[in-house]
Design a protein around this ligand. Structure first.
Ligand code: PLP
Length: 441
């Protein structure tokens, strides 16, 4: 716990916090960003390449276990798509141009669990399954992994438990994948988690434990319970390098997609990427992957709800998980359930210091206006959290002039690509969608 005296000192030192507590959406620029990652960076890209290779090995199993992935040959990936009608609408509403292209990375439609968590979460479960099966002599790296769908493997995995704490989507990913392989899965759900997500998990045979408190508590409880059971593996959303590596694979795949779409990224063609941020793992992994590939040519911003700006506070103050949003009087209450996190991951926040360009905050009412507009203009449904990404280009163009000038980007903006990372939505049931779409904002 941090005392009031310290909090008021911090607030004086970082005047932007004052703006934030007055519920303004802000843009914070990270002065620690480096042009390129140093060779002593404490995470190795080899882990990302290994993760990609592991996902390739599992593709024959995924194809059998989840027939929806037949067309992608068992690879869990989403498309990129230009959204010109949405761009036009935004420009009309705001009264300024967003120079360059506006592209959506469609992780709202990732197969199996319909959110960005299908990258890291599923990857971590698969890695665990592979490790256990190889150790037991049931599997070797050169086997056809489709054999993992056999009953004998389900029997084998059913001796093990997987536990996770989640605001919803990570629980869905771990739960659906873990249960399919045969694991016993226990998901500790924070208070924001939507009822339909809990129901869907229970239908899949997953044990759901509900909390009336926020995400940090759900994770803590999960971690403690798992500690007491040596056959229980805990997926640690705050500290997992496997999750991180799984998320980062997205960057290698995106690189291919941009090449195929003939979208240039180089010194004269900057790439701006906007990622919704909760605890930091998903956007952090993607950001690391992109920075490793594109270096100084990529400019990454994380978006957070006005009442849950944990990464903004953690990175700005350098105090990371030593401060929570509640310490500064924020409620951590938001309709963006995936982003309702009061304390950021220190593991991720530290890694992001040389990587991201900054963070911004966004009003919940924007999320709903954007949700409706995206549906009407582009026929795309994204859950509220995912719309934190859409605010990125608006915030950069309206408040980021100094950044663009200092980095010598102002004159290159007509050749820029703005990539909004859509993070979830596919699994949201029809009635919930209607409710969101009819919300009066
Ligand atoms: C989890 C989630 C995020 C953010 O990921 P973190 O790893 O918590 O930062 C963003 N959008 C959606 C829809 C999510 O479920």
């Amino acid at each position: 716990m941090i005392d009031e005296e310290k909090i008021s000192q911090i607030t004086i030192k970082f005047p932007l916090i004052h703006e934030m507590t007055r519920c303004h959406s802000v843009l914070w620029i990270n002065s620690e960003r480096k042009q390129h990652l140093q060779s002593d960076f404490p995470f190795s890209f080899t882990e990302v390449e290994e993760a990609k290779a592991r996902l390739d090995r599992f593709s024959s199993y995924i194809k059998v276990a989840f027939p929806e992935t037949q067309t992608s040959q068992g690879i869990i990936e989403s498309d990129i798509k230009e959204i010109p009608a949405m761009k036009k609408l935004i420009e009309g509403r705001r009264g300024f141009k967003i120079p360059g292209k506006l592209i959506l990375k469609c992780d709202h439609s990732l197969p199996i669990s319909g959110s960005i968590k299908a990258r890291g979460g599923i990857y971590e479960v698969l890695k665990l399954a592979e490790t256990l099966a190889i150790r037991e002599g049931l599997l070797s790296l050169h086997d056809d992994y489709s054999k993992l769908a056999e009953d004998s493997f389900k029997q084998f995995f059913s001796q093990y438990k997987i536990a996770v704490g989640s605001t919803g989507n990570l629980g869905l990913s771990i739960g659906i994948m873990g249960a399919k392989l045969g694991f016993q899965v226990i998901v500790h759900m924070s208070s924001e988690a939507k009822e339909w997500k809990k129901q869907l998990l229970r239908k899949n045979g997953v044990t759901v434990i509900e909390y009336t408190s926020d995400y940090s508590k759900a994770v803590l409880e999960g971690r403690n319970q798992a500690k007491e059971d040596e056959r229980c593996y805990f997926v640690d959303d705050e500290n997992s390098s496997d999750l991180f590596a799984g998320y980062a694979v997205a960057a290698l795949r995106l690189q291919e997609q941009l090449q195929r779409a003939k979208v240039k990224v180089d010194e004269d063609h900057p790439l701006f990427v906007y990622l919704p941020c909760g605890v930091g793992g998903a956007p952090g992994g993607v950001a690391y992957g992109l920075k490793s590939i594109y270096g100084n040519d990529v400019h990454i911003f994380f978006g957070e709800p006005i009442q849950s700006p944990c990464m903004t506070l953690g990175m700005m103050t350098g105090l990371h998980d030593e401060v929570s949003v509640q310490d500064f009087g924020f409620t951590n209450s938001t309709e963006a359930d995936g982003l309702a996190v009061g304390r950021a991951s220190k593991f991720v926040g530290k890694l992001m210091e040389p990587i991201i360009s900054g963070c911004y905050t966004v009003d919940d009412s924007f999320l709903f206006r954007s949700l409706k507009a995206m549906y009407e203009q582009e026929n795309i449904f994204m859950e509220p959290s995912a719309h934190a990404g859409v605010f990125g280009p608006i915030q950069l163009i309206s408040q980021g002039k100094q950044y663009l000038e200092e980095k010598g980007l102002a004159s290159k903006m007509n050749h820029a690509t703005h990539l909004v990372w859509s993070t979830g939505g596919q699994m949201v049931p029809f009635e919930e969608r209607q409710m969101y779409l009819q919300k009066d904002v």
